[in-house]
Design a protein around this ligand. Structure first.
Ligand code: SIN
Length: 319
């Protein structure tokens, strides 16, 4: 199965692929496509503004309270529809971050990431000025190497660089939808193999940023096109970082098809670049999106807190 650091390098997201023109600015809906929805709740109105490419900006309520209200159901449905939810101006404490995640499911304690001091349920995504490599700079969806991949992650910004450090998301519903009918039919029949070994194991090329290399023994097989567990929509389910081949195919056969799918899936019209500010939060669904963290802030610190929520077994989509 293919596993080369060169392939991984070519799957990095760069400023070039994701021009600043596609950036949604703080509190601005100028870049939003039409389609705003306002959902009246008992004590608030949730406003959903679809973003260009992927995701939706959610406003109108305080996430610190979300764990106690029926808004959780609304957010879950929005995840199934839009793939990633963006929030501004939130002020979640670590405890509130945990409660919010627990409202969506059990927390997956990541065995590879360093943890926040005293909060083992929160993984730390940190880059210091002295470090050249960042975490997450290759397009991926988290935990696809697990037999039951995590549903999603809630990423909270704690320290943001003065400029740079954006995260780019890509839409796996659109990526599938915009393939030819012939290729769609073929992909519906196929499974892909995913692995954690080359990323978190002792031969990993990404530097010594992770813990427990000996625990990187997971391989899993998933349908290449899944029926999304919430919305039932068809989503392409392979990714440049963790997918290592198509089951039953030789590498020489599988690599060209996967490479083509990877290039196709990051077409600008399927992506959205999210700029982090104090109080920004992104909640993504791993079964509907990829993400990639830009590494363009060489002399600054960036610190994010991530909680990952457990998912469910994935099922193939049908024609
Ligand atoms: C990740 O890949 O989970 C981290 C994304 C980010 O730091 O923006």
């Amino acid at each position: 199965m293919a596993d080369s650091s060169e392939d991984q390098a070519s799957a990095k997201c760069t400023n070039q692929q994701t021009p600043l023109g596609r950036l949604a600015t703080l509190n601005s809906v100028a870049t939003m496509p039409p389609g705003q929805r306002i959902l009246p709740m008992s004590n608030t109105d949730i406003v959903i503004d679809p973003a260009d490419g992927v995701g939706a900006y959610i406003s109108g309520f305080d996430l610190a309270d979300a764990a106690n209200t029926n808004e959780v159901g609304v957010l879950r449905e929005a995840l199934g529809e839009y793939g990633v939810l963006f929030f501004r101006g939130q002020a979640l404490t670590e405890k509130q971050h945990i409660s919010l995640a627990e409202a969506f499911g059990d927390i997956n304690i990541n065995r590879f990431f360093p943890m926040v001091d005293g909060q083992p349920k929160i993984a730390e995504v940190r880059k210091e000025p002295s470090q050249s490599i960042n975490i997450g700079s290759i397009w991926h969806t988290d935990h696809s190497y697990d037999e039951v991949p995590a549903m999603g992650s809630i990423l909270v910004s704690r320290i943001t660089p003065k400029r740079g450090g954006d995260t780019v998301f890509s839409n796996m519903f659109l990526a599938y939808e915009h393939l030819s009918e012939g290729l769609k039919e073929t992909l519906l029949q196929l499974n892909a193999v995913h692995s954690s070994r080359h990323v978190f194991g002792d031969k990993a090329t990404g530097g010594k940023r992770f813990n427990n290399a000996e625990a990187a023994t997971q391989d899993s097989v998933h349908p290449m096109v899944i029926a999304h567990p919430i919305s039932g929509k068809k989503a392409l389910y392979v990714n440049p970082q963790f997918t290592i081949g198509i089951k039953g195919w030789h590498d020489t056969e599988s690599k060209p098809l996967l490479d083509m799918l990877y290039q196709h899936s990051i077409r600008p019209e399927f992506t959205h670049r999210f700029k982090w500010h104090k109080g920004s939060i992104a909640f993504w669904d791993n079964r509907a999106t990829w993400h990639c963290a830009l590494n363009d802030y060489p002399t600054e610190t960036r610190l994010m807190h991530r909680i990952t929520v457990e998912g469910e077994a994935l099922h193939p989509a049908h024609a």
